[in-house]
Design a binder for this molecule. Structure first.
Ligand code: OGA
Ligand code: MN
Length: 200
């Protein structure tokens, strides 16, 4: 527990990243913003604006389907949607803070909505590609109210000899180092919504 009057919420992220290569925080984004983005996601899906996600260098459809089965929609960095820009503004503030305190040299970011429909998963992987090491940190924020363990869809982080299981619960953000932390999304048993991105 942090009782320090001057405790800064980003400190928790920095401590986590420094000590264990990941951090889990609740409430980084205001619930009303996430609620609005969830609604936007529903509308985009209704208009068929989500596409089957790919996996970097591998390019045969069958291989991809065996590794990853979510659908995504990229958020434009110059979006005119007010909630998307608030979301990205927060990402900018976080990046500035990380750069100032940890000399991380983040210059840019890329974010997308992701939907894992019932039965979808993402097998164990790293978020960095062999010939593109630009991704420094992965940031995943979940939008699912009343998520229960029986709903599956946990994010599993492989940390040394441990497996950390994280439920994709509304308002929770997970940040981890893209180049070192292998992770996986277990099959979801109901639709699983998130906003996922990378600081580069
Ligand atoms: C990814 C990913 C994790 C999650 O999109 O690369 O690993 O919990 N997502 O959705
Ligand atoms: Mn990943």
């Amino acid at each position: 527990m942090h009782t320090d009057v001057f405790f800064h919420p980003y400190e928790e992220i920095i401590d986590g990243l420094a000590e264990q290569n990941y951090a889990i925080i609740n409430g980084l984004f205001l619930p009303e913003i996430l609620q609005g983005l969830k609604l936007r996601m529903t509308k985009l899906r209704a208009h068929d604006r989500f596409k089957r996600a790919g996996i970097g260098q591998l390019n045969t459809f069958t291989v991809e389907r065996a590794i990853r089965s979510d659908k995504i929609h990229w958020i434009k960095n110059d979006t005119s949607h007010p909630l998307e820009s608030s979301f990205l503004q927060k990402i900018g503030e976080l990046s500035t803070y990380l750069n100032r305190t940890c000399y991380t040299g983040i210059q840019n970011w890329e974010f997308h909505y992701a939907c894992f429909e019932k039965g979808c998963f993402y097998k164990r992987h790293l978020d960095q590609f062999k010939n593109d090491e630009s991704r420094k940190f992965s940031v995943v924020t979940y939008l699912n109210k009343n998520w229960k363990p029986k709903d599956g869809g946990a994010l599993v982080l492989y940390v040394q000899n441990q497996e950390i299981h994280i439920l994709p619960e509304f308002g929770k953000t997970v940040i981890f180092k893209s180049d070192v932390l292998e992770h996986e999304v277990l099959p979801a048993r109901r639709n699983r919504s998130s906003i996922t991105g990378w600081l580069r």
